[in-house]
Design a protein around this ligand. Structure first.
Ligand SMILES: [Zn+2]
Length: 278
């Protein structure tokens, strides 16, 4: 992602920060300090850093499972509005997509339970600010799980929904349904965000854009598959008045089809492809 720089390389996957996060981190730390109702900014910073570490671990959950299933991971970028794992490509196999999408929230569930179990232990050692911070990180991870599992494509819940629908109605129709649902949630977030939190408006806008972009890519990938004769007409069949050639000629036709130059809209869709997990 433009404007991001690498801070570490765990498991050989570059972990990057977007410069805007560096700018926003003091603001987030300050807001967290107030939100927790404690007077030490230090603990606000601890929770802010813990929050982004939690997001990074969520993304590593996606990334490591993706890599294990044969989808190389380019990098993970942390931004003020969340993390993004850039995969080499979006899995077309619904089972792969399902497992990769579920891995991130599972990590967050583990962190949620871990922090909630840790908080009373620290509290018993008479460290109230530390205990409060750990408890808060537990709540943050809980909200990460809930937010990510909402069925709003291209968030994790939306991907799980698409994978489930793909098995029933095919990938193109499933994506169409997931995108419609995603746009509905994006609109809802934007409306709520206007009144409560402008971050939500930015997230909604990005969700809308990414959902639309991915739909264009899937349209491009799936249309030729569903109709192998689209975009190619055997010139001789016109003279002969024949129907499209039989099955044994399909491979040849597909080869010809794949050799043709992509159209303008296809090239645009290729450029806007967003192979990401959030
Ligand atoms: Zn995720």
């Amino acid at each position: 992602m433009f404007g991001s720089f690498q801070i570490a390389r765990p498991y050989g996957i570059p972990l990057k920060l977007h410069w805007t996060l560096v700018l926003f981190l003091p603001y987030i730390a300050l807001r967290l300090t107030r939100g927790m109702g404690i007077d030490s900014t230090f603990w606000g910073w601890v929770v802010a850093l813990g929050l982004f570490l939690s997001v990074a671990l969520h993304e590593f959950g996606h990334a490591l499972v993706a890599r294990g299933r044969g989808y190389p991971v380019r990098d993970i970028v942390l931004t003020p509005i969340g993390g993004v794992a850039f995969l080499s490509r979006i899995p077309r196999n619904p089972n792969d997509e399902l497992i990769i999408a579920i891995a991130g929230p599972l990590v967050s569930v583990a962190l949620w339970i871990g922090f909630l179990l840790l908080a009373p232990l620290i509290s018993s050692l008479n460290m109230p600010n530390f205990a409060m911070s750990v408890l808060f990180l537990g709540y943050i991870n809980a909200s990460l799980v809930i937010f990510n599992l909402l069925p709003c494509f291209p968030m994790d819940g939306g991907r799980i929904f698409r994978a489930w629908q793909s098995k029933r109605v095919g990938r193109l129709k499933a994506t169409q349904r997931a995108v419609t649902l995603g746009k509905f949630f994006a609109t809802l977030f934007a409306i709520v965000g206007i009144f409560y939190n402008l971050f939500l408006v930015i997230i909604a806008f990005m969700m809308w854009q990414m959902a639309a972009a991915e739909y264009r890519v899937v349209q491009m990938q799936e249309r030729p598959r569903q109709n192998p004769f689209s975009g190619f007409v055997d010139p001789l069949s016109i003279f002969r008045g024949q129907p499209p050639p039989p099955v044994h000629n399909r491979r040849k036709l597909l080869m010809l089809k794949s050799a043709r130059r992509p159209t303008k809209s296809e090239r645009r869709a290729q450029r806007t492809e967003t192979p990401v997990m959030r």
